[in-house]
Design a protein around this ligand. Sequence first.
Ligand code: AMP
Length: 536
Amino acid sequence: MQGLMMDYPLTLQHAYNRAVRIFPRKEIVTRTEDGIHRYTYREWGKRTAQLAHALHNAGFQEGDRIATFGWNTYRHLELYFAVPCLGAVLHTLNIRLFAEQLVYIINNAEDKIIFVDGDLVPLLESIAGELKTVKQYVIMGEAPQSSGKLHPSVDYESFIANQPETYDWPQLDENTAAAMCYTSGTTGNPKGVVYSHRSVFLHSMGVGLADGAALSERDTVLPVVPMFHANAWGFPHAGIMMGSKFVLPGRFLDPLKIAQLMAEEHVTVACGVPTIWIGMLQMLEREQLDLSSLRAIYCGGSAVPRSLIEGLNHKNLNIVHAWGMTETSPLASLCKLRSYQLDLPLEEVFRIKAKQGTVLPCVDFRVVDMETGQEVPWDNKSYGELQVRGPWIARAYFADTESAAKFAEGWLRTGDVAVVDEDGMLQLVDRTKDLVKSGGEWISSVELEGLIMGYHKVLEAAVIGIPDQKWSERPLACVVPKPDYVGQITKEEIIEYLTPHVAKWWLPEDVAFVEAIPKTSVGKFDKKVLRARFEA
Ligand code: AMP
């Protein structure tokens, strides 16, 4: 027997229509060159429809890839909805990639048009000659004195001017592609992940769940995570669907500027990678700002060190650890204390909050022994590769025939190594590629890093395996001292600090003091660069 419910398509058109009809007075605030830009959902809705008309009239159609090369701004938020609601595919380009990666990605996706922020025009100009499919550029905001290599180009405001302010959206199947994003992959060419309306819709509901990011109409959301990195973790889609107020930082990502924006606009929810919040915590040691409206900072992309959780807690700020990947839309798990953990001593609470937490409804997981292929017991000790599946998890990469093994047996093999505790809470111990194998046993680089970053003289630390004749690999700790302790910190004191916390054979073979840990295009520790530097 069949159910008798409507087959209502789960598309972003519903989110758009709901936002403009029900929440017209809600605000979207952006920091720009010329100060604060502020308008309402009503205005956003009109301009989004105008943009859709402009694209349609310029000949862009369903399935066309329409790229963006920009910061977190109101115009980017207009593109986030105009493009998919039209049936086209929004391709957010990572502005921090190397030129050759960008050329590869744009040509691989066959982007037809690129919307670029004015200050980023020179970056695109340097590769424009190699782009095979791009027919047009639209420049958002003031372009610098351009050498005219982006051809033909038009400015955004002229592009959308005089277009009708409502759009009769085409009927779309919910499985139509809505957006795409390339992984920041560390090996081989970047891989395209293609999200469908249905997957974005369901993911937005997940972000809104009380045990998700609990995003609601009453929230004021500030995504620090770029809109070109995994859909800014789904917060733009979910926030519009729920009717949240938005605060967008543009290109002004300095911790003080972000914190001022949070204070002035009474931000309740922010999200970004740990590096951002490490910088902010440092800044808050010097500056007094009222961040009391902030109920949660969602943080992931790389492991959140316990010292950061504790440090922010001392400032009355609640950081919530989350895990995901470009391939998982990205929110897959999130660490909130269970009802029966609320009254635990603070030490225990910090220990739990450092876990990647509980998978959201709709996300199914297993942790599989990397040698036997069997699921590991939930004993908080046994390691294995984390595999996931669900309606917002990718089942293949775009135009790629090499990665079938990554999606074997209906599961996404994440390449992350995890343990599971008896409550089913996940904790990542490493990437499969970053685990240090010493004398046949695994050492978690992430755990060592977390511990070292807890030492009061340390700002950041990354641990890599270096070749060793006897043990095959040994851990090397690369440590950035806090500015006040440069030249006043020794290898011996770090080893002494670690000794009570880890087995003797886990202690780093050596400690290298460095000025900064190299970062990837999305702000994660770039261990590939560190390994190349210390190989010898
Ligand atoms: P990306 O697709 O660039 O977002 O990278 C996804 C990868 O980032 C994951 O496979 C993890 O290795 C890492 N990652 C994301 N969130 C966390 C987290 N909370 N803790 C540790 N690693 C994380």
